[in-house]
Unconditional design. Structure first.
Length: 378
């Protein structure tokens, strides 16, 4: 098994950042597509990708791709896939997936067909009429789009956004992968003052600290692929040792603030759990009244959106006050908002903007250079 093909699903808008991450890891054949990035490499690259990816949601091993205009074609395509090369005789292989713009649109029926065909293929390979499925998890996923089926093996387990440091969150937590993306868009590397005035459960400052330290975000968690017999433990030992060797040990000024005292306490607890508690100072402060903590730096915030009418009007008033508070400063500002007229209320057109999704909510990251000076393209 010298080379495999991989797919990395992403939140819409993050494909380019995920592709950039994979290229920095020296992965081969990196290609950004809508909602995902693909690459190829030996099994050992799987361990490195799982440990290092900040903006991808998971890593899938592509098993096969074939036409699927009918249940018969779907069954035969799965049955002909050499599943036994990757799934052992006792492996548990549940199935999930989705259908889009295809003749086959019933997900439960397709799920049952894929399961039956996979059992047929594995049973034939191992000479068994009944498969025990008592071993490690080998989650199968299918995607049927435009009458073409792709079959994958999920190497991740819980999504990559689950770094392991946030057991609980506030009422509307920001996904870690999106928080990391905002930090990456700012090109923060640990040299500037970093400030989040709406820190909530601390996700953005924590991701900033992990990036400043160059700490692999998956270093403290486990993955389904650690139980794959064709990916030796030596690959994981080497990948983790490499990740530890690449960490930085500098001095950083990373700050988080929130008007809610409980959120501040929660953020500090999450930072300690992430192993970066000593790098971040959290405090209670009002984002539109408290003085900025320095003359200049990088400010990234996820202010309240307001999905109901009254809340939305309150959010609009907040954006107006925030624009007045931050206007004319020497800070580079990155604000995530779902309000289509955000720039109107903020009182200033963004130098750049990028469409993103926070869950199912369409947002944009509004980027402001210090006093209107243009920055390099992120």
């Amino acid at each position: 098994m010298t080379k495999l093909r991989y797919a990395v699903p992403c939140l819409f808008g993050l494909e380019g950042l995920a592709a950039e991450e994979l290229r920095r890891l020296n992965m081969e054949d990196v290609r950004a597509e809508n909602g995902r990035v693909t690459f190829s490499g030996p099994p050992e690259d799987l361990a490195r990708a799982l440990l290092w990816l900040r903006t991808g949601e998971r890593v899938l091993v592509e098993l096969g791709r074939f036409p699927a205009k009918s249940f018969e074609e779907l069954f035969e395509g799965v049955r002909r896939t050499p599943l036994a090369e990757l799934i052992p005789r006792d492996g548990a292989f549940p199935v999930k997936g989705y259908c889009l713009d295809s003749q086959l649109m019933s997900v439960p029926d397709c799920q049952a067909i894929v399961k039956k065909a996979a059992a047929k293929a594995l049973g034939a390979a191992y000479g068994l009429n009944w498969l025990p499925e008592t071993g490690a998890l080998f989650q199968l996923q299918f995607a049927i789009m435009n009458d073409t089926a792709a079959l994958y093996l999920d190497a991740t387990g819980p999504g990559l956004h689950k770094r392991g440091y946030r057991a609980v969150g506030n009422a509307a937590p920001l996904r870690e992968t999106l928080a990391a993306a905002l930090v990456m868009l700012s090109r923060y590397r640990g040299r500037e003052v970093f400030f989040d005035p709406f820190c909530g459960s601390g996700t953005i400052p924590i991701e900033a600290a992990l990036i400043a330290k160059n700490r692999a975000p998956g270093l403290k968690r486990t993955f389904s692929a650690e139980h794959f017999p064709w990916l030796p433990q030596s690959a994981w030992t080497q990948a983790r040792a490499e990740a530890r060797d690449r960490e930085f040990h500098g001095q950083y000024r990373i700050l988080g603030a929130d008007i809610d005292e409980n959120a501040v306490s929660l953020a500090a607890a999450n930072a300690r759990k992430a192993g970066v508690g000593e790098l971040i100072d959290f405090s209670r402060a009002d984002a539109v009244r408290s003085p900025l903590p320095a003359e200049a730096g990088i400010l990234i915030g996820n202010p309240p959106y307001g999905e109901r009418m009254l809340e939305r009007r309150e959010a609009q008033r907040l954006y107006t006050a925030l624009g007045r508070h931050l206007g004319g400063t020497d800070w580079s500002i990155y604000l995530l908002a779902a309000e289509p007229e955000f720039e109107h209320y903020f009182g200033r057109r963004a130098d750049k903007r990028r469409k993103l999704y926070n869950g199912r909510i369409q947002c944009a990251c509004y980027m402001y250079s210090p006093k209107g000076r243009k920055e390099e393209k992120p």
